[in-house]
Design a protein around this ligand. Structure first.
Ligand code: KG4
Ligand code: ZN
Length: 357
C-alpha cells in the first residue's frame, strides 16, 4: 500500500510518501522557526496560516519525487496527524488530507502524533523489537511507556509539570538564546564546565517513574539572576551545562528504573529531545552496563516529521482502519486510548469526541 502522510501539529509543515514493504520513498519538512523566532515561541494562529500556504506545495513535491520512483503507482491511502497539538494547525493538515482522500476516492486515517514519534525508529535498518520500553521526550511530553506492539501502550510514568524539551526551551530563553532553545542550549552546554552549579535532580529520591522539570527552570532563573551584568559567555555555558546534566541524569535514571521494573531489554528513545547528543551518550553507556540496547530514530526523524506519521498510518490503513467523517482533529488525546491496528476504536470514543466539541 502506497500512502501519503501529512504532519502539521505544531510549527513544522511536513509530508511523506511511504510504501508497504519498501519503506520511505520521499519526505520533506519545512520548519516555521523564522516565522515564530521574534515572538520567542510558536504563535498558533500564525502557524495555522503558514501551514495553509506551505502544505500543498510540499505535498506536490513529495508526490512528484515518489512518482519518479514508479510513475504508475497511485496513492492508496492518506494519513494525517489528528492530535494532540495546536487545534488550528491540526485542522489545516486534516482538511487537506481529507479533501485529497475524498477527491482521490481513497481512505484517510487520523494518526496520534505521539504514536508517530514512538514508531519513528521503525524507519531505521535495525528496528526495535517488541515488547520494549519507550522514553518519549519532546517539547510537550515526557513519558515512559511500555510498548507491547503497535497500539498496545501502557503508560508507566510521565511528567507532573514541564516536559524535558520545555525545560531546555525555557532555560534557553532565560539564558537569552533564540527559539527553539533546546538545540542552542545543548550547543552552549558543550563549552560549559562541570560542577559550577548544583541543580536538583527532581523526583530521583522518590520511587516511581514520574518526572518533574519545573523546579529546574527556577534553579536556572536564580543562577542567571546571580550572574554579574557583564557575565561572560563561559558563565552562561556553565549554567547550560548544569541544566543539561540535571535533565539527562534524571532521564537516564528513570529509564533504567523502567527497564528493571519491566524486565525488558530494549529501550526506544524518541521525540525532539532524543536528538540530544549528551543524552544519547549517557543512555548508551548506562544501558550497556545493564545489558539493555537503546534504539533511536535518525536525527532528522527525532523532531516533527511526516515520515513517522506515514509509518503509523500505513500500519493502521493496511489493517483496514479508516476514519469516520467528522473526527478531523483532537487537541488532546490520551495515548493509552489507542488500540492495535485494525481493532475497533475504544468504546465510547465517539461520545467522548462529541463532548469535546
Ligand atoms: O518532537 P518535537 O519536534 O516536537 C514536539 O512534539 O514537541 O520536539 C521539540 C523539542 C523542543 O523542546 C526542542 O527544544 C527539543 O525538542 N530539542 C532538543 C534538541 N533538539 C530538539 N532538546 C535538547 N537537545 C537537542 N539537541
Ligand atoms: Zn512531536
Amino acid at each position: 500500500m502506497r500512502i501519503l502522510a501529512i504532519e502539521s501539529s505544531c510549527d513544522e509543515s511536513a509530508a511523506a510518501v511511504y510504501e508497504t514493504g519498501r519503506g520511505l520513498l520521499a519526505h520533506e519538512v519545512f520548519s516555521q522557526i523564522d516565522l515564530h523566532q521574534i515572538y520567542g515561541g510558536v504563535v498558533p494562529e500564525l502557524a495555522s496560516r503558514d501551514h495553509v500556504q506551505r502544505l500543498l506545495p510540499i505535498v506536490e513535491r513529495v508526490l512528484a519525487s515518489a512518482a519518479g520512483d514508479n510513475s504508475s503507482a497511485k496513492i492508496e491511502g492518506i494519513a494525517y496527524t489528528a492530535g494532540p497539538g495546536l487545534i488550528g494547525a491540526l485542522l489545516t493538515g486534516a482538511a487537506l488530507a481529507r479533501s485529497l482522500a475524498h477527491a482521490w476516492g481513497v481512505p484517510a486515517i487520523g494518526v496520534h502524533h505521539l504514536e508517530g514519534h514512538l514508531l519513528a525508529p521503525l524507519l531505521e535498518p535495525e528496528p526495535p523489537p517488541y515488547p520494549h520500553v519507550a522514553l518519549l521526550v519532546s517539547g510537550g511530553h515526557t513519558m515512559l511507556i511500555e510498548c507491547a506492539g503497535i497500539g498496545r501502550y501502557r503508560l508507566l510514568g510521565e511528567t507532573r509539570d514541564d516536559a524535558a524539551g520545555e525545560a531546555f526551551d525555557k532555560s534557553a530563553k532565560l539564558l537569552g538564546l533564540p527559539y527553539p532553545g533546546g538545540p542552542h542550549l545543548a550547543r552552549l552546554a558543550e563549552r560549559g564546565r562541570a560542577n559550577r552549579h548544583e541543580f536538583p535532580r527532581p523526583m530521583l529520591d522518590r520511587p516511581g517513574l514520574e518526572f518533574s522539570f519545573s523546579g529546574l527552570k527556577t534553579a536556572v532563573l536564580h543562577a542567571v539572576r546571580a550572574l554579574p551584568a557583564e557575565a561572560i559567555d563561559q558563565q552562561r555555558a556553565d549554567i547550560a551545562h548544569a541544566l543539561q546534566e540535571a535533565v539527562v541524569d534524571t532521564l537516564v535514571a528513570k529509564s533504567l528504573r523502567a527497564m528493571s521494573a519491566t524486565g525488558l531489554d530494549a529501550l526506544v528513545v524518541s521525540g525532539g529531545v532524543s536528538a540530544n547528543r549528551r543524552l544519547r551518550e549517557r543512555l548508551d553507556a548506562a544501558a550497556a552496563r545493564v545489558g539493555v540496547r537503546v534504539y533511536y530514530p535518525r536525527l532528522e526523524f527525532c523532531t516533527d516529521n511526516a515520515a513517522m506519521i506515514a509509518v503509523a498510518g500505513e500500519a493502521r490503513l493496511s489493517a483496514g482502519e479508516r476514519d469516520e467523517v467528522g473526527i478531523p482533529a483532537r487537541a488532546q488525546w490520551p495515548l493509552d486510548t489507542l488500540r492495535p491496528p485494525g481493532q475497533q476504536r475504544e468504546a465510547g470514543y465517539r461520545e467522548q469526541v462529541k463532548q469535546e466539541f
